[in-house]
Design a protein around this ligand. Sequence first.
Ligand SMILES: *Cc1c(COP(=O)(O)O)cnc(C)c1O
Length: 363
Amino acid sequence: MANAPVPRAGILDIQPYIGGEQTVPGVARVIRLASNESALGPSPKVIAAYKAAAAEMHRYPDGAATEFRAALGRHHGLDPARIVAGAGSDDLINVLIRAYSGPGDEVLYSAHGFLMYPIGARSAGAAPVAAPETNYTFDVDAVLNRVKPRTKLVFIANPNNPTGTYLPRGEMKRLQAGLPPHVLLVIDAAYSEFVQRNDYDPGTELVDQCENVVMARTFSKIYAMGGMRLGWTYSTAAVADVINRVRQPFNVNAPAQAAGIAALEDMAAFDRARTHNDIWRPCLERELKALGLELTPSVANFVLARFPPERPARAAFESLKSRGILTRRVAAYGLPEHLRITVGLEDENRAVVDAVKAFLDGR
Ligand SMILES: *Cc1c(COP(=O)(O)O)cnc(C)c1O
Protein backbone atom coordinates (compact mmCIF):
# COMPACT_ATOMS: atom_id res chain seq x y z
CA MET A 1 0.00 0.00 0.00
CA ALA A 2 2.97 2.31 0.54
CA ASN A 3 3.11 3.09 -3.17
CA ALA A 4 -0.64 3.39 -3.75
CA PRO A 5 -1.78 6.45 -5.73
CA VAL A 6 -2.34 9.52 -3.56
CA PRO A 7 -4.77 12.32 -4.51
CA ARG A 8 -3.77 15.98 -4.52
CA ALA A 9 -3.43 17.84 -1.22
CA GLY A 10 -6.83 18.75 0.21
CA ILE A 11 -8.86 16.02 -1.48
CA LEU A 12 -8.95 13.74 1.56
CA ASP A 13 -9.98 16.74 3.72
CA ILE A 14 -13.30 16.81 1.86
CA GLN A 15 -16.30 15.70 3.87
CA PRO A 16 -18.41 14.13 1.11
CA TYR A 17 -21.77 15.84 0.56
CA ILE A 18 -24.55 13.71 1.99
CA GLY A 19 -27.97 14.32 0.46
CA GLY A 20 -31.20 14.05 2.40
CA GLU A 21 -32.32 10.51 3.26
CA GLN A 22 -34.99 9.08 0.97
CA THR A 23 -36.24 5.88 2.60
CA VAL A 24 -37.05 4.56 6.08
CA PRO A 25 -36.71 0.78 6.54
CA GLY A 26 -40.12 -0.78 7.12
CA VAL A 27 -42.08 2.38 6.26
CA ALA A 28 -44.02 2.24 2.96
CA ARG A 29 -45.13 5.86 2.65
CA VAL A 30 -42.28 8.08 3.70
CA ILE A 31 -42.87 11.81 4.04
CA ARG A 32 -39.81 13.39 2.46
CA LEU A 33 -39.09 16.86 3.78
CA ALA A 34 -35.30 16.55 3.71
CA SER A 35 -34.17 17.95 0.36
CA ASN A 36 -36.19 21.11 -0.37
CA GLU A 37 -37.88 19.36 -3.28
CA SER A 38 -41.10 20.87 -4.57
CA ALA A 39 -44.13 19.50 -2.73
CA LEU A 40 -46.25 19.46 -5.88
CA GLY A 41 -43.89 17.55 -8.17
CA PRO A 42 -43.13 18.30 -11.82
CA SER A 43 -45.63 19.68 -14.33
CA PRO A 44 -47.26 17.02 -16.57
CA LYS A 45 -46.09 19.08 -19.56
CA VAL A 46 -42.50 18.77 -18.37
CA ILE A 47 -42.87 15.00 -17.98
CA ALA A 48 -44.30 14.80 -21.52
CA ALA A 49 -41.38 16.78 -22.96
CA TYR A 50 -38.92 14.53 -21.16
CA LYS A 51 -40.58 11.38 -22.49
CA ALA A 52 -40.78 12.75 -26.03
CA ALA A 53 -37.00 13.30 -26.00
CA ALA A 54 -36.33 9.63 -25.15
CA ALA A 55 -36.67 8.44 -28.78
CA GLU A 56 -33.66 10.56 -29.72
CA MET A 57 -31.34 9.39 -26.98
CA HIS A 58 -28.88 7.97 -29.50
CA ARG A 59 -28.15 11.58 -30.52
CA TYR A 60 -25.74 13.75 -28.62
CA PRO A 61 -27.40 16.73 -26.97
CA ASP A 62 -26.84 20.26 -28.25
CA GLY A 63 -23.69 21.03 -26.29
CA ALA A 64 -24.48 24.75 -26.42
CA ALA A 65 -28.07 24.20 -25.16
CA THR A 66 -29.09 26.82 -27.71
CA GLU A 67 -32.88 26.48 -27.53
CA PHE A 68 -32.89 26.15 -23.77
CA ARG A 69 -30.80 29.31 -23.37
CA ALA A 70 -33.00 31.14 -25.86
CA ALA A 71 -36.07 30.14 -23.84
CA LEU A 72 -34.41 31.37 -20.64
CA GLY A 73 -33.45 34.63 -22.36
CA ARG A 74 -37.05 35.24 -23.48
CA HIS A 75 -38.49 34.25 -20.12
CA HIS A 76 -36.22 36.40 -17.99
CA GLY A 77 -35.41 39.18 -20.46
CA LEU A 78 -31.70 38.28 -20.54
CA ASP A 79 -29.09 37.95 -23.28
CA PRO A 80 -28.85 34.18 -24.05
CA ALA A 81 -25.21 34.65 -25.09
CA ARG A 82 -24.38 35.38 -21.44
CA ILE A 83 -26.26 32.33 -20.14
CA VAL A 84 -24.52 28.96 -19.65
CA ALA A 85 -26.46 25.76 -18.95
CA GLY A 86 -25.24 23.18 -16.46
CA ALA A 87 -26.07 19.78 -15.02
CA GLY A 88 -27.62 21.43 -12.00
CA SER A 89 -26.17 24.60 -10.57
CA ASP A 90 -23.68 22.44 -8.62
CA ASP A 91 -22.02 21.68 -11.97
CA LEU A 92 -21.50 25.37 -12.73
CA ILE A 93 -20.49 26.27 -9.17
CA ASN A 94 -17.72 23.69 -9.40
CA VAL A 95 -16.65 24.91 -12.84
CA LEU A 96 -16.41 28.48 -11.52
CA ILE A 97 -14.31 27.40 -8.54
CA ARG A 98 -11.94 25.36 -10.71
CA ALA A 99 -11.65 28.13 -13.31
CA TYR A 100 -10.99 30.97 -10.88
CA SER A 101 -9.12 29.36 -7.97
CA GLY A 102 -6.49 26.76 -7.23
CA PRO A 103 -3.76 25.88 -4.71
CA GLY A 104 -2.79 28.91 -2.60
CA ASP A 105 -6.10 30.68 -3.21
CA GLU A 106 -9.03 31.23 -0.88
CA VAL A 107 -12.76 30.86 -1.46
CA LEU A 108 -14.89 32.90 0.93
CA TYR A 109 -18.38 31.99 2.08
CA SER A 110 -20.42 32.40 5.24
CA ALA A 111 -20.49 30.17 8.30
CA HIS A 112 -23.84 28.51 7.58
CA GLY A 113 -23.47 28.72 3.81
CA PHE A 114 -24.15 25.92 1.33
CA LEU A 115 -21.70 23.00 1.74
CA MET A 116 -20.93 22.71 -1.96
CA TYR A 117 -18.75 25.84 -1.71
CA PRO A 118 -16.11 24.41 0.68
CA ILE A 119 -16.31 21.03 -1.05
CA GLY A 120 -15.71 22.66 -4.44
CA ALA A 121 -12.87 24.79 -3.07
CA ARG A 122 -11.05 21.82 -1.55
CA SER A 123 -11.45 19.76 -4.71
CA ALA A 124 -9.77 22.60 -6.63
CA GLY A 125 -6.93 22.71 -4.09
CA ALA A 126 -8.07 26.10 -2.75
CA ALA A 127 -8.79 26.87 0.90
CA PRO A 128 -12.41 27.50 1.94
CA VAL A 129 -12.74 30.36 4.45
CA ALA A 130 -15.99 30.80 6.40
CA ALA A 131 -16.92 34.23 7.78
CA PRO A 132 -19.20 34.39 10.81
CA GLU A 133 -22.88 35.24 10.37
CA THR A 134 -25.12 37.58 12.35
CA ASN A 135 -28.58 36.30 13.30
CA TYR A 136 -28.17 33.34 10.96
CA THR A 137 -27.70 35.81 8.11
CA PHE A 138 -24.79 36.56 5.77
CA ASP A 139 -22.78 39.41 7.32
CA VAL A 140 -21.39 41.68 4.59
CA ASP A 141 -18.79 43.35 6.84
CA ALA A 142 -17.57 40.06 8.29
CA VAL A 143 -17.03 38.74 4.77
CA LEU A 144 -15.38 41.93 3.45
CA ASN A 145 -13.02 41.93 6.45
CA ARG A 146 -11.73 38.52 5.39
CA VAL A 147 -10.94 39.38 1.78
CA LYS A 148 -7.23 39.07 0.98
CA PRO A 149 -5.18 39.34 -2.21
CA ARG A 150 -5.45 35.56 -2.54
CA THR A 151 -9.25 35.54 -2.19
CA LYS A 152 -10.57 34.59 -5.64
CA LEU A 153 -14.28 33.93 -5.14
CA VAL A 154 -17.00 34.97 -2.69
CA PHE A 155 -20.12 32.79 -2.54
CA ILE A 156 -23.48 33.84 -1.23
CA ALA A 157 -26.63 31.77 -1.46
CA ASN A 158 -29.43 34.34 -1.53
CA PRO A 159 -31.67 33.18 0.04
CA ASN A 160 -29.34 30.87 1.94
CA ASN A 161 -29.75 27.15 2.50
CA PRO A 162 -30.14 25.96 5.28
CA THR A 163 -31.04 29.19 7.12
CA GLY A 164 -33.64 30.52 4.64
CA THR A 165 -32.53 34.11 5.31
CA TYR A 166 -31.74 36.61 2.56
CA LEU A 167 -29.93 39.87 1.89
CA PRO A 168 -31.84 42.78 0.36
CA ARG A 169 -30.69 44.55 -2.78
CA GLY A 170 -28.87 47.32 -0.85
CA GLU A 171 -26.75 44.87 1.14
CA MET A 172 -25.89 42.94 -2.02
CA LYS A 173 -24.79 46.16 -3.66
CA ARG A 174 -22.66 47.01 -0.62
CA LEU A 175 -21.09 43.54 -0.76
CA GLN A 176 -20.16 43.92 -4.43
CA ALA A 177 -18.93 47.48 -3.96
CA GLY A 178 -16.65 46.39 -1.11
CA LEU A 179 -14.93 43.65 -3.08
CA PRO A 180 -11.72 44.23 -5.02
CA PRO A 181 -12.41 43.91 -8.76
CA HIS A 182 -10.36 40.70 -9.04
CA VAL A 183 -12.76 38.79 -6.76
CA LEU A 184 -15.65 36.97 -8.46
CA LEU A 185 -18.93 37.27 -6.53
CA VAL A 186 -21.15 34.23 -7.12
CA ILE A 187 -24.80 34.75 -6.20
CA ASP A 188 -26.45 31.35 -5.84
CA ALA A 189 -30.16 32.13 -6.24
CA ALA A 190 -31.48 28.56 -6.09
CA TYR A 191 -34.56 29.62 -4.10
CA SER A 192 -35.09 33.05 -5.67
CA GLU A 193 -38.44 32.12 -7.25
CA PHE A 194 -39.96 31.60 -3.80
CA VAL A 195 -38.96 35.04 -2.50
CA GLN A 196 -41.80 37.56 -2.24
CA ARG A 197 -39.98 40.70 -1.08
CA ASN A 198 -39.80 44.05 -2.82
CA ASP A 199 -36.23 44.65 -1.68
CA TYR A 200 -34.94 41.40 -3.20
CA ASP A 201 -33.13 40.89 -6.50
CA PRO A 202 -31.89 37.44 -7.58
CA GLY A 203 -28.68 38.95 -8.94
CA THR A 204 -29.52 40.02 -12.50
CA GLU A 205 -29.18 43.72 -11.64
CA LEU A 206 -25.68 43.30 -10.20
CA VAL A 207 -24.57 41.10 -13.09
CA ASP A 208 -25.66 43.83 -15.50
CA GLN A 209 -23.91 46.58 -13.54
CA CYS A 210 -20.61 44.88 -12.67
CA GLU A 211 -17.80 42.90 -14.27
CA ASN A 212 -17.26 40.49 -11.38
CA VAL A 213 -20.68 39.03 -10.58
CA VAL A 214 -22.27 35.71 -11.60
CA MET A 215 -25.78 34.53 -10.80
CA ALA A 216 -26.46 30.77 -10.56
CA ARG A 217 -29.98 29.35 -10.89
CA THR A 218 -31.53 25.91 -10.81
CA PHE A 219 -34.55 23.92 -11.97
CA SER A 220 -34.21 21.66 -8.92
CA LYS A 221 -36.36 23.67 -6.54
CA ILE A 222 -39.51 25.53 -7.67
CA TYR A 223 -39.58 23.67 -11.02
CA ALA A 224 -39.39 20.32 -9.19
CA MET A 225 -36.71 18.87 -11.46
CA GLY A 226 -33.91 17.88 -9.05
CA GLY A 227 -33.67 14.46 -10.68
CA MET A 228 -33.09 16.05 -14.09
CA ARG A 229 -29.94 18.00 -13.11
CA LEU A 230 -30.54 21.34 -14.79
CA GLY A 231 -29.20 24.77 -13.85
CA TRP A 232 -27.72 27.87 -15.45
CA THR A 233 -25.58 30.92 -14.89
CA TYR A 234 -25.94 34.52 -16.04
CA SER A 235 -22.73 36.58 -16.14
CA THR A 236 -20.65 38.86 -18.30
CA ALA A 237 -19.70 37.50 -21.71
CA ALA A 238 -16.12 37.12 -20.44
CA VAL A 239 -17.12 34.91 -17.50
CA ALA A 240 -19.51 32.90 -19.71
CA ASP A 241 -16.60 32.31 -22.09
CA VAL A 242 -14.48 30.98 -19.22
CA ILE A 243 -17.25 28.62 -18.05
CA ASN A 244 -17.71 27.37 -21.61
CA ARG A 245 -14.03 26.49 -21.84
CA VAL A 246 -13.96 24.52 -18.58
CA ARG A 247 -17.35 22.77 -18.52
CA GLN A 248 -17.90 19.38 -20.10
CA PRO A 249 -18.99 19.84 -23.72
CA PHE A 250 -22.22 17.85 -23.28
CA ASN A 251 -22.90 18.65 -19.64
CA VAL A 252 -26.70 18.93 -19.99
CA ASN A 253 -28.51 15.93 -21.45
CA ALA A 254 -31.10 16.38 -24.19
CA PRO A 255 -34.22 15.37 -22.18
CA ALA A 256 -33.22 17.86 -19.48
CA GLN A 257 -32.96 20.66 -22.04
CA ALA A 258 -36.38 19.77 -23.48
CA ALA A 259 -37.90 19.50 -20.01
CA GLY A 260 -36.46 22.87 -19.01
CA ILE A 261 -38.03 24.59 -22.03
CA ALA A 262 -41.40 22.99 -21.20
CA ALA A 263 -41.09 24.10 -17.56
CA LEU A 264 -40.60 27.73 -18.61
CA GLU A 265 -43.74 27.51 -20.75
CA ASP A 266 -45.96 26.14 -17.97
CA MET A 267 -46.47 29.28 -15.90
CA ALA A 268 -49.59 27.79 -14.31
CA ALA A 269 -47.51 25.05 -12.67
CA PHE A 270 -44.98 27.65 -11.54
CA ASP A 271 -47.73 29.80 -10.01
CA ARG A 272 -49.24 26.79 -8.23
CA ALA A 273 -45.88 25.95 -6.65
CA ARG A 274 -45.36 29.54 -5.52
CA THR A 275 -48.87 29.92 -4.15
CA HIS A 276 -48.57 26.61 -2.32
CA ASN A 277 -45.42 27.84 -0.63
CA ASP A 278 -46.94 31.24 0.19
CA ILE A 279 -49.74 29.47 2.04
CA TRP A 280 -47.92 26.63 3.72
CA ARG A 281 -44.57 28.06 4.79
CA PRO A 282 -46.19 30.67 7.06
CA CYS A 283 -48.56 28.03 8.36
CA LEU A 284 -45.71 25.63 9.17
CA GLU A 285 -43.80 28.48 10.82
CA ARG A 286 -46.77 29.49 12.94
CA GLU A 287 -47.45 25.94 14.12
CA LEU A 288 -43.82 25.15 14.95
CA LYS A 289 -43.40 28.47 16.80
CA ALA A 290 -46.55 27.70 18.76
CA LEU A 291 -44.80 24.52 19.93
CA GLY A 292 -42.03 26.69 21.35
CA LEU A 293 -39.38 26.22 18.66
CA GLU A 294 -37.21 29.11 17.45
CA LEU A 295 -37.31 29.66 13.69
CA THR A 296 -35.14 31.73 11.40
CA PRO A 297 -37.11 34.11 9.12
CA SER A 298 -37.17 32.00 5.95
CA VAL A 299 -38.12 33.35 2.53
CA ALA A 300 -37.59 29.97 0.82
CA ASN A 301 -39.49 26.65 0.65
CA PHE A 302 -38.17 25.33 3.95
CA VAL A 303 -37.89 26.34 7.57
CA LEU A 304 -35.00 26.03 10.03
CA ALA A 305 -36.13 25.14 13.54
CA ARG A 306 -33.99 25.22 16.69
CA PHE A 307 -34.69 22.56 19.29
CA PRO A 308 -34.11 23.04 23.04
CA PRO A 309 -31.21 21.25 24.76
CA GLU A 310 -33.56 18.97 26.70
CA ARG A 311 -35.31 17.89 23.48
CA PRO A 312 -32.37 18.04 21.04
CA ALA A 313 -32.48 18.10 17.24
CA ARG A 314 -30.65 14.78 17.00
CA ALA A 315 -33.39 13.01 18.97
CA ALA A 316 -36.11 14.94 17.14
CA PHE A 317 -34.72 13.77 13.81
CA GLU A 318 -34.77 10.12 14.94
CA SER A 319 -38.24 10.46 16.44
CA LEU A 320 -39.65 11.95 13.23
CA LYS A 321 -37.89 9.31 11.19
CA SER A 322 -39.41 6.52 13.28
CA ARG A 323 -42.78 8.04 12.35
CA GLY A 324 -41.86 7.94 8.66
CA ILE A 325 -40.97 11.64 8.33
CA LEU A 326 -37.57 12.59 6.95
CA THR A 327 -36.17 16.02 7.77
CA ARG A 328 -32.60 17.28 7.50
CA ARG A 329 -30.00 17.47 10.23
CA VAL A 330 -27.71 20.43 9.60
CA ALA A 331 -24.86 19.82 12.07
CA ALA A 332 -22.45 19.81 9.10
CA TYR A 333 -23.50 23.43 8.52
CA GLY A 334 -22.50 24.34 12.07
CA LEU A 335 -26.10 24.06 13.24
CA PRO A 336 -26.25 20.99 15.52
CA GLU A 337 -29.31 22.26 17.39
CA HIS A 338 -31.44 22.72 14.27
CA LEU A 339 -33.49 20.70 11.82
CA ARG A 340 -34.34 21.91 8.33
CA ILE A 341 -37.86 21.01 7.24
CA THR A 342 -39.08 21.41 3.65
CA VAL A 343 -42.60 22.70 3.03
CA GLY A 344 -44.63 19.67 1.93
CA LEU A 345 -48.19 18.93 0.91
CA GLU A 346 -50.95 19.90 3.34
CA ASP A 347 -51.18 16.46 4.99
CA GLU A 348 -47.37 16.23 5.16
CA ASN A 349 -47.13 19.61 6.89
CA ARG A 350 -49.81 18.60 9.36
CA ALA A 351 -48.07 15.27 9.95
CA VAL A 352 -44.71 16.85 10.70
CA VAL A 353 -46.25 19.37 13.12
CA ASP A 354 -48.12 16.55 14.92
CA ALA A 355 -44.95 14.47 15.09
CA VAL A 356 -42.86 17.38 16.44
CA LYS A 357 -45.53 18.01 19.06
CA ALA A 358 -45.53 14.34 20.07
CA PHE A 359 -41.72 14.39 20.31
CA LEU A 360 -41.67 17.57 22.42
CA ASP A 361 -44.38 16.07 24.66
CA GLY A 362 -42.18 13.03 25.19
CA ARG A 363 -44.53 10.67 23.36
C1 LIG B 1 -30.52 23.01 -3.94
C2 LIG B 1 -29.47 24.06 -4.06
C3 LIG B 1 -28.81 24.26 -5.24
C4 LIG B 1 -29.22 23.54 -6.49
O1 LIG B 1 -28.39 22.52 -6.81
P1 LIG B 1 -28.60 21.77 -8.18
O2 LIG B 1 -27.25 21.25 -8.46
O3 LIG B 1 -29.06 22.77 -9.20
O4 LIG B 1 -29.62 20.71 -7.95
C5 LIG B 1 -27.83 25.24 -5.32
N1 LIG B 1 -27.56 26.00 -4.25
C6 LIG B 1 -28.21 25.86 -3.10
C7 LIG B 1 -27.93 26.78 -1.98
C8 LIG B 1 -29.17 24.86 -2.96
O5 LIG B 1 -29.80 24.69 -1.80
